[in-house]
Every structure is written in structure tokens, then in C-alpha cells.
Unconditional design. Structure first.
Lengths: 114, 112
């Protein structure tokens, strides 16, 4: 059973609008969450992260929101640009491991149309 | 340039023929890890290593071996590959104080 789920396999957004990518998790022991971005034929690259003691973290156009009671996090991209078109993975780390076990969601393909 | 280098990028092999995918990082990272990516399943951890001669199983270790004889290298070994190991493989590394892994560009393996 997947502990981290991204229920939308794809998302299409117009350039300049907001992109919202969602991620749900089931394990209450997760204490740190990350978003990765992946272009075709490249490895994932780290985008932004959030600790479970926070509910929001911002970095330029990217903001991650964490709702611990709902076990839900989301990535907001504002404004969306065509170069943001990629697959986005959310990942979570458990409290009781050495940090090597990142559990990933299945990914959401974002397409930003000019 | 700080990077994780995997080789080969693409590999087609036959069932049962032993193969090794190499991984090297130039960032002096202690932690290294192997993941496989399959459609709808995201990235699943195969093995990880916290330092030289220290390795442990991830979520899906069956059919794989690893070794960590030097800090910079972390090869993935498939002793007897099977078609269900057809996948996209990523090597990654990080330092202890940083939760974000740096990933290699991937190795697309096809076992026929």
C-alpha cells in the first residue's frame, strides 16, 4: 500500500496561472517532506521542502503547504511558466529512520501551455 | 561540477546475464542510494549506504546487490536479471545534514 499518493497523474495549466499539485500521505511518522521536479532523460532535482513543524514554506514562485491534520501537502507554482512543464514527485521522510528512506509518490505530470 | 554519474545510460540485456550499473559522486557525500522508477509507482528505494562498507536494504532489494568499497562509488549489481527488473534506475547521494538527494541522470535497463 502506497504511503505517499499523488492522485492526479497529470495537470494542464495555462501560462501565468497558478499550478496546484497535491500529495496525500498515510504515515503519521513522516516529519519532513520534499518536492522534486523531473525533466525527461534527467534525474529528479530537489525543488523545495518543508518540516512537519511548519505549515508553509516559500521559495520564489514555489510555495509548499502542509496540513498535518489532513495528512496533505500541496505545491503551488505562481505564475506558471512553460519551463515548469515536468513530472513532480512529492517525497516524505519518517522520524525513526536515518533519513535514507525517502518514500515517493507516483508523480504528477504538469503541462504549462503558452 | 558537482554531480552523480551513472553508466551506462541505456542497457538492453538478456535474462540471466550478470550486469553492473556504476555510480560515482564527486561531492564527498556519505549517503548514497539506488532507486528504481516505474510508471505510477514513483521512485522506490532498492539499497542505500550510509558510508564505506555500510549498506542496507530499501523497499525493493530482491534481485539486487550493492557494494561500497570507496566513498565515491556505489555500484548496483544484478546477478541474474529478469524481465521484471526492466526499469529506470537512479543513483543518488547526499550529505548527512541535507535531506535533499542529488540524483544521477538515470539508467534505462531492459531485460529481455
Amino acid at each position: 500500500d502506497q504511503q505517499v499518493k499523488q492522485n492526479s497523474p497529470s495537470l494542464s495549466v495555462q501560462e501565468g496561472r497558478i499550478s496546484i499539485l497535491n500529495c496525500d500521505y498515510t504515515n503519521s511518522m513522516f516529519d519532513y517532506f520534499l518536492w522534486y521536479k523531473k525533466y525527461p532523460a534527467e534525474g529528479p532535482t530537489f525543488l523545495i521542502s518543508i518540516s512537519s513543524i511548519k505549515d508553509k514554506n516559500e521559495d520564489g514562485r514555489f510555495t509548499v503547504f502542509l496540513n498535518k491534520s489532513a495528512k496533505h501537502l500541496s505545491l503551488h507554482i505562481v505564475p506558471s511558466q512553460p519551463g515548469d512543464s515536468a513530472v513532480y514527485f512529492c517525497a516524505a521522510r519518517g522520524i525513526n529512520n536515518a533519513g535514507n528512506m525517502l518514500t515517493f509518490g507516483g508523480g504528477t505530470r504538469l503541462m504549462v501551455k503558452p | 561540477e558537482a554531480q552523480v554519474t551513472q553508466n551506462p545510460r541505456y542497457l538492453i540485456t538478456v535474462t540471466g546475464k550478470k550486469l553492473t550499473v556504476t555510480c560515482s559522486q564527486n561531492m564527498n557525500h556519505e549517503y548514497m542510494s539506488w532507486y528504481r522508477q516505474d510508471p505510477g509507482l514513483g521512485l522506490r528505494q532498492i539499497y542505500y549506504s550510509m558510508n564505506v562498507e555500510v549498506t542496507d536494504k530499501g523497499d525493493v532489494p530482491e534481485g539486487y546487490k550493492v557494494s561500497r568499497k570507496e566513498k565515491r562509488n556505489f555500484p548496483l549489481i544484478l546477478e541474474s536479471p529478469s524481465p521484471n527488473q526492466t526499469s529506470l534506475y537512479f543513483c543518488a547521494s547526499r550529505s548527512p545534514g541535507n535531506y535533499g538527494y542529488t540524483f544521477g541522470s538515470g539508467t534505462r535497463l531492459t531485460v529481455v
